[in-house]
Design a protein around this ligand. Structure first.
Ligand code: NAD
Ligand code: DAU
Length: 339
């Protein structure tokens, strides 16, 4: 079995590669990644010498390079993690989100059609469903919830999902889609809420909370997401969408306070800043379908997962300090000022 994992130098893709190489020693895993600001080759160091692993520095928008890789590797499965993934960046500059997330998805699926494939899996997001009100805790996103996006990021992911379903219906491409809630864990890029708060708290810097910090996200430990995708590509039905989520809703402010507590830092570091434009209020996934069809359940409790995550950032300072001391500083200053 040969699997092309796109975006494998990023947060979830790298965790997925580690999971697959560990669980399936006979599989060949090819990481296709063009190493944007969010891609980090040092993350993949532990598997670089594995004879079943290959890294290919290619953009999913580069049709010729993608086709060449398919000719060389004859993949059985493609799992597409590659994307521009940060909502705030999509608000500042939507264009690259359209190129990568929409065009890149089409290029990959064209390659799958041309060379033949057992499965094309699209890693999507709960953000395609828009948001839920805070005062209706009885409401959850199911696979039937209409697409109703808020940001350029989520709109580009929704467009990609619609293309994937169109390639299934029009060309019979064997596709599947997973729509997961917020992940957290090792190798999470420090622009995102949890790693940003951990890094800032460790550096005694202000902890910038958008608006009132009341927004709710449904947090899932990254390994649980990887296990869900593993199940879907092996046992999930073709042409289907599977929601993935941990029934673990938390307000942002409670997460930030918990990080302060775990690190022994004062809550006085918390600074309320201007809200994100079009900020989604609440995400909450109903994972009944993946549970009843494939037996998937989240295994890591948030209380344990957040401890493991904080410990990972303490043990791997070099990884994130290298990132935040580079080009990232310009982004940070633009977003949060010189704090
Ligand atoms: P990330 O930003 O950490 O990593 C993205 C990776 O994609 C990077 O390695 C980057 O170099 C690569 N990439 C970007 N553009 C590329 C291109 N044109 N060609 C090849 N590689 C390219 O993202 P992440 O948080 O790991 O998210 C991975 C996927 O999961 C995305 O599709 C995202 O929409 C989806 N997702 C993320 C979450 C989450 O909480 N992080 C939740 C649900 C779904
Ligand atoms: O739900 C899945 C999505 O989760 C994925 O599709 C996205 O790729 C991923 O980035 C994530 O999107 P969010 O916008 O939910 O994640 P982020 O970490 O950017 O923000 C989480 C919440 O924290 C959100 O309500 C905004 C808030 N926030 C974020 C940052 C970076 C702050 O209050 N302060 C901050 O500095």
């Amino acid at each position: 079995m040969t699997i092309i994992v796109t975006g494998g130098a990023g947060f979830i893709g790298s965790n997925f590669i580690f999971h697959m190489l560990d669980k399936y020693p006979s599989y060949r895993i090819i990481c296709l990644d063009c190493l944007t600001y969010a891609g980090n080759l040092s993350t993949l160091e532990p598997v670089m010498d594995n004879p079943n692993f290959r890294f290919a520095k290619i953009s999913i928008t580069d049709r010729n390079a993608v086709y060449k890789l398919f000719e060389e590797e004859h993949p059985d499965i493609v799992v597409n993690f590659a994307a521009e993934s940060h909502v705030d960046r999509s608000i500042e500059n939507p264009e690259v989100f359209l190129d990568t997330n929409i065009k890149g998805t089409a290029v990959l699926m064209d390659a799958c059609r041309k060379y033949g494939i057992q499965r094309y899996h699209q890693v999507s997001t709960d953000e395609v469903y828009g948001d839920l009100p805070l005062d209706r805790p009885d409401l959850f996103f199911t696979e039937e919830t209409p697409i109703h996006t808020s940001s350029p990021y989520s709109s580009s992911k929704a467009a990609a999902d619609l293309l994937v379903l169109a390639y299934y219906r029009t060309y019979g491409l064997p596709v599947s889609i997973s729509r997961c809630s917020n992940n957290y864990g090792p190798y999470h890029f420090p622009e995102k809420l949890i790693p940003l708060m951990i890094a800032n708290a460790l550096n005694d810097k202000p902890l910038p909370v958008y608006g009132k910090g009341e927004n709710v996200r449904d947090w899932l430990y990254v390994e649980d997401h990887c296990k869900a995708i593993d199940l879907i590509i092996h046992k999930g039905r073709v042409g289907e969408v599977y929601n993935v989520g941990g029934h673990n809703e938390m307000q942002n402010i409670d997460i930030v306070k918990l990080i302060c507590k775990e690190l022994g830092k004062p809550e006085s570091l918390i600074t309320y800043v201007a809200d994100r434009k079009g900020h989604d209020m609440r995400y909450a996934i109903d994972p009944t379908k993946i549970h009843s069809e494939l037996g998937w359940l989240p295994e890591t409790k948030f209380a344990d997962g957040i401890k493991k995550t904080i410990q990972w950032y303490l043990d791997n300072k070099e990884w994130w300090e290298t990132i935040i001391s580079g080009e990232y500083q310009n982004y940070y200053e633009k977003m949060y000022g010189n704090r």
